[in-house]
Ligand binder design. Structure first.
Ligand SMILES: N[C@@H](CCC[C@H](N)C(=O)O)C(=O)O
Length: 289
């Protein structure tokens, strides 16, 4: 595509984790969406601005468009082709998939009355709209978490023990001491240091403070996007680490506060993580970026 061509975009956010959405049903608009184009779109001064890009593409077109392969599409018509702001690819985006689902419902591409399956690089996730309403809060079945080795993360000369939780994408969850302030971690413009042997493809790092039983607050530095106002997969990883530390039984729920809003996360008796939160599509237009 030449830079003179124009194409449609939408802008949305989930708990202020914001995204540029690119409708590309058959993959012909963006072809092999380049990292350079993603960076241009996400640029907050010279572009539209966002923590990432969500290409809205049919599962049948994913291979030809070079968007990578999914596992079986599980009957999902749509594939969330997620890119971080630096142009890198991630397996999953928890806030992004709610925004993706909101767009599908508002555009008449999916029926909010029923479960809406969406294919991702981490397999198919099923979305449920509260009350079956197009604007209802969205719950996502995020699948079964994987809790891996203990590790550590560092910012400057400070180091915290951390838990490696995989939600399809990698997370390091570090708990702050009681009585600390989330601001104490300091600026997170630079990625916290981590063990590259544990996270060869990089990691999303969450710093967590306990507020009350079943209630935590967090800040996050995202791989490929820097510090963001919220991270859905990160909130799920935090909930898992907190519930394990609390020795909470399955069928438990936590409230997770993030700088951009609140998510509610449950761990079901059959070991699945369910994430509920808002999703907003706030603008649409045409760009030549
Ligand atoms: N903000 C997302 C996560 C996006 C991907 C992440 N930066 C990664 O590289 O794994 C979320 O809401 O989950």
């Amino acid at each position: 595509m030449s830079s003179a061509e124009s194409y449609a975009f939408l802008k949305g956010h989930g708990t202020e984790n914001d995204f540029v959405l690119l409708p590309d049903p058959d993959g012909s608009v963006h072809g092999e969406l380049s990292a350079e184009r993603v960076r241009a779109l996400c640029d907050r001064r010279a572009g539209i601005g966002g923590d990432g890009v969500l290409r809205v593409i049919r599962t049948t077109a994913v291979g030809e468009a070079g968007a990578g392969q999914t596992e079986a599409d599980g009957g999902a018509e749509w594939f969330m082709d997620y890119r971080n702001a630096d142009g890198s690819i991630s397996e999953m985006c928890g806030n992004g998939i709610r925004v993706f689902g909101r767009h599908l419902a508002q555009a008449g591409l999916a029926d909010p009355a029923g479960p809406v399956p969406v294919a991702t690089r981490d397999g198919v996730k099923v979305l449920t709209f509260a009350g079956g309403e197009v604007d209802g809060e969205i719950t996502v079945d995020m699948g079964v978490p994987r809790v891996l080795a203990d590790t550590s993360v560092s910012v400057g000369d400070r180091t915290w023990p951390a838990v490696h939780v995989d939600m399809g994408n990698p997370h390091a969850v570090a708990f702050l001491d009681e009585g600390s302030d989330l601001a104490d971690v300091g600026p997170l413009l630079e990625a916290p240091e981590h063990d590259a042997a544990v996270y060869p493809a990089g990691v999303n790092v969450e710093f967590v403070l306990r507020r009350a039983p079943g209630h935590v607050a967090m800040r996050v530095h995202e791989r490929g996007s820097g510090e963001t106002r919220a991270c859905g997969t990160g909130a799920c990883a935090v909930m898992v680490a907190a519930a394990l530390a609390d020795e909470a039984a399955r069928d438990t729920s936590y409230r997770v506060d993030l700088p951009g809003g609140t998510l509610h996360i449950s761990w079901t008796v059959d070991d699945r993580i369910m994430m509920t939160g808002p999703a907003v599509v706030l603008a649409e237009g045409v760009t030549r970026l």
